[in-house]
Design a protein around this ligand. Structure first.
Ligand SMILES: Cc1cc2nc3c(=O)[nH]c(=O)nc-3n(C[C@H](O)[C@H](O)[C@H](O)COP(=O)(O)O)c2cc1C
Length: 305
């Protein structure tokens, strides 16, 4: 059999394979480039960027949990200006789709960040992180507010011609309702899921193990939840989905594609093995050869229920 075609399409976004690196787990790509050839992956998603630099939360910000981890980094990042000056020049050396993830405290900040960055040729697409507190609504997360998600989608789309992927929160009753509004407001795709709210206590001090009290749960512990959310979206809304949540190996990728993902992102696994993406891409190719699958994209939403 000839080499299988691993390329996938996420809306108008064409990727050489379905394996992307998730926001917040690979910085701006520079450290990762020491472990894997960035030109071999499907794409890289930056750490969430805000208009101004953010210091993030005080430690302890990360704790290991059974089959996963909790993090409350607090959106620490260099801000859009330094990103453009200091980080883009490095990323320009690579032929890898660059998806810029944006976080904000107000609707206007989402729009402003996108406006500033859209002129950068090196940026292929935007991923909008709505799992952020809305300062005008007393800290309620945008991602839990369906109207806010719709408004941000429309606002961001109005200032860029690049694909806009809305990254959905799993901490809602019906994630497909959120995917529906994204589609209605012109969003190109959704990524699902961001982390689940969780906490953990030290039994001797009786204090939370995370200074922020709550953190975001990620890793294999959330994989079944993420798969169910991808499937729920795919069965209810005709929009491309990028699956995220606890993917550790190529078998997990196939499972996410069957459930409806056009592409996937690797998060927590990068901390365990920064070379995981390379092994996963190789595993996907071998699987396709063994199964006689010519085009990996044929697996997307091939579930039988
Ligand atoms: C330490 C850490 C930092 C993260 N930071 C961000 C972030 O800045 N923006 C964002 O959209 N998601 C962020 N995420 C969420 C991941 O991109 C991903 O959605 C989540 O971890 C689930 O995937 P996983 O189980 O493969 O890690 C972060 C996750 C971790 C573990």
């Amino acid at each position: 059999m000839t080499k299988p075609d691993l390329s996938v399409q996420v809306g108008s976004l064409k990727l050489r394979n379905p394996v992307l690196l998730a926001s917040g787990t690979v910085g701006y790509g520079n450290e990762m480039s020491e472990f894997i050839d960035l030109n071999s992956i499907g794409g890289i998603v930056t750490k969430s960027l805000s208009l101004k630099p953010r210091k993030g939360n005080a430690p302890q910000r990360i704790v290991e949990t059974p089959a996963g981890m909790l993090n409350a980094i607090g959106l620490q990042n260099v801000g859009v200006e330094e990103f453009v000056k200091e980080k883009i020049p490095f990323l320009k050396k690579y032929d890898v789709p660059l998806i810029c993830n944006i976080a904000a405290s107000t609707y206007e900040e989402y729009v402003e960040c996108t406006k500033i960055l859209t002129g950068e040729e090196a940026i292929t697409a935007f991923e909008i992180n709505v799992s952020c507190p809305n300062v005008r609504e007393g800290g309620l997360q945008f991602g839990n507010d369906i109207k806010a998600v719709g408004k941000i989608t429309a606002g961001v789309k109005a200032v860029t011609d690049k694909p806009v992927i809305m990254k959905l929160s799993p901490n809602v009753s019906y994630i497909s309702e959120f995917a529906k509004i994204v589609k209605e407001e012109g969003g190109d795709a959704v990524s699902a899921i961001n982390t689940l709210v969780g906490t953990a206590f030290n039994i001797l001090t009786r204090k939370p193990k995370i200074k922020n009290i709550n953190g975001g749960l990620s890793g294999p512990a959330i994989k079944p939840v993420a798969l169910a959310k991808v499937l729920e979206i795919k069965r209810n809304v005709d929009i491309p989905v990028i699956g995220i949540g606890g993917i550790m190996n190529w078998q997990d990728v196939i499972e996410f594609m069957i459930a409806g993902s056009s592409a996937i992102q690797l998060g927590t696994v990068n901390f365990i093995d920064p070379t995981a993406a390379a092994a996963i891409i190789k595993g996907l190719e071998e699987f396709c050869i063994k199964q006689g699958i010519q085009k990996i994209s044929d697996i997307t939403a091939s579930y039988i229920i």
